[in-house]
Design a binder for this molecule. Sequence first.
Ligand code: PCA
Length: 329
Amino acid sequence: MTMHFKTIARLGLSAVAIVAGAGAALAQTAWVLPSAYPPANYHVENLNQFAKDVDAATKGELKITVHPNASLFKAPEIKRAVQTGQAQAGEVLLSLHENENPIFGLDVVPFLATSFEQSKKLWEASKPAIEQALDKQGLKLLYTTPWPPQGVYTKKDVNSVADLKGLKWRAYNVGTSRIAELVGAQPVTVQAAELPQALATGVVDGLMTSSATGVDSKIWESLTHYYDTQAWIPKNVIFVNKAAFAALDPAVQKAVTDSAAAAETRGWTLAVEKTASYMETLKKNGMQVLEPSAELKTGLSDVGAKLTDDWSKKAGADGKAILDAYKKM
Ligand code: PCA
């Protein structure tokens, strides 16, 4: 792995190999695309299809190799790796980077957009600002895909937020740490690739995430309850280093953006379809999949109001304009 990483770092943006064809030399560009999620996850399935589509549309001129499960870079490092050209493209959970720009954390404001339909509207309202923020960082946005709505996993009954007090609470971003703080749990930041281990060793015994990540981590081996609170719908974004993109022929660029548009449509459809089957998988494996009580809902909505307030303060007038635009949609 170390060798592999070094080779990539050395090749950087000019990862171009010359492949000898039948009598002619064909210039082939090779990109690596790190992702932090496991191979069976639909985000990664979608990335693999995207890479295949680009390969077919460019007749092999651009080869994209997807590296899933944080095997090349850890989740919080992927964005910087693409900005610096250590990887040409990458997939990240956008809200991991809320500290750089509050707009990256809009989709994890609790109870703002809780259905896929609302989430799509929120995306449309915020896309120009997100695209521009990424552009300023040397990144070109390719597409986005949602995770399923976020619920609460524990190994005991939870009737109100008071029951979350004292839990070893797995956090994956600023918002989920802040929730721990507000409910009196102990936040432990663990990214998805390390979650199975953290659950198995008892480092965490409570968290909010999707049915997808519950299934990916075989959560039923450690926890017993899933409260379907549908609190927010986080999104992954897939982007490319601008210089790497600019170095492509226009026809290859078009193949990339066309394949990305197809991946975006496919990703949203997959998310909807998979949410239902992930819930079934949780049940089949013995998880109690439950509706939150009225008291739990109220408690979480109070927590959500505090996070909304935090976000509005950070995001200022620009943030407010986006929120207003979303509310009118
Ligand atoms: N799964 C990822 C991010 C959001 C989600 O549903 C995780 O838990 O890390």
